[in-house]
Write a protein that binds this ligand. Structure first.
Ligand code: NAD
Length: 300
């Protein structure tokens, strides 16, 4: 491997430290403690793990964590009533509804019921519009984490060719908007893109958000390019024992890391940054709601 490893675990810890320092200052100087409410509907085991770890880290940086666990059969009316109550609650600065929701609930309706100023996931249609028109928005956590790592590695991103593979609303599209905001020349590639390897070869920055294990090959990468691997894919790992599995990204790390200039690993790359950025967004939302100065380096 010749590429520099971009260590998301270390970077995320530094983001959480910054958040914790700022939260302590807010408490002391202003008597305000940022609060994050997380709403979980149903008992999906993966979602429960995420919610637990979000709650733990929220408390670790000194913020208040409010968990709302609702049964899978919760009606849309009841869920919307909870969101309305959280919107009105002055101690709650950030609201996150854990996705996916059970099938009988309309995800878009629920997300768009959140006060955009408290929408720390950045999925509300107002925040999507603000981001895409270059205005101050709440920015989706995963792309924000990618942007922070890219800025840290490159300094300025201005004029660089960036290829984002994937056009989802939660990763690909907001990632492309953020890179555009930092003056990259941006291409969004997707499942219908023709000659993807050739498109990727033009990129100084590759962000892979595809959801296919080891999909992006080393010989697609321009020598020296920076590769951000958003993918989280579980594959069988018979070498670890019968029935065992391991996590890999969307990029074939072994081949890509011999060509790239810098690369994020999976696990330990983008993943840890996502929760760190959720905490950063909650702090930002709190500062904005009170008219306090926003923390530097924690927003887009
Ligand atoms: P998605 O399924 O919503 O979107 C995948 C995108 O990949 C689509 O836009 C599709 O057009 C594109 N695609 C599919 N096949 C392709 C192909 N053959 N060539 C080019 N493009 C192709 O997925 P998502 O929600 O954007 O997530 C993408 C990956 O990122 C998943 O592995 C997911 O688990 C992971 N993820 C990680 C984090 C994190 O915190 N690290 C957060 C969100 C998502």
């Amino acid at each position: 491997m010749s590429a520099t490893l971009i260590d998301g675990k270390v970077f995320a810890a530094s983001v959480r430290d910054k958040v914790a320092t700022h939260v302590a200052r807010l408490k002391e100087a202003m008597g305000v403690t940022p609060g994050l409410a997380v709403v979980l509907v149903g008992d999906d085991p993966a979602s429960e793990v995420y919610v637990r770890s979000k709650g733990k880290m929220t408390v670790e940086v000194g913020m208040n964590s409010y968990e709302h666990k609702l049964p899978a059969e919760t009606s849309e009316v009841d869920l919307l009533a909870l969101i309305e109550a959280l919107n009105a609650d002055k101690d709650v600065h950030g609201i996150l509804v854990q996705l996916p929701l059970p099938d009988h609930l309309n995800e878009a309706l629920v997300i768009n019921a959140i006060d955009p100023a408290k929408d720390v996931d950045g999925f509300h249609i107002s925040n999507v519009g603000l981001l895409s028109t270059g205005q101050k928005a709440m920015v989706p956590c995963t792309p924000l984490g990618c942007l922070m790592m890219l800025r840290d590695h490159h300094g300025s991103l201005s004029g660089l060719n960036a290829v984002v593979i994937g056009r989802s609303n939660i990763v690909g599209k907001p990632m492309a908007q953020l890179l555009l905001g930092d003056s990259c020349t941006v291409t969004i590639a997707h499942s219908r893109t023709k000659d993807l390897p050739e498109v990727v070869r033009r990129a100084d920055i590759v962000v892979a958000a595809v959801g296919r294990a080891n999909f992006v090959q080393g010989d697609w990468i321009k020598p020296g390019a920076t590769v951000i691997d958003v993918g989280i894919n579980r594959i069988p790992a018979p070498e670890k024992g019968a029935g065992k599995s391991r996590l890999v990204g969307d990029v074939d790390f072994t081949s890509a890391s011999t060509v790239a200039g810098a690369i994020t690993p999976v696990p330990g790359g983008v993943g840890p940054m996502t929760i760190a950025c959720l905490l950063a967004n909650t702090l930002t939302a709190c500062c904005r709601s009170h008219g306090f100065a926003e923390p530097e380096g924690l927003t887009a």
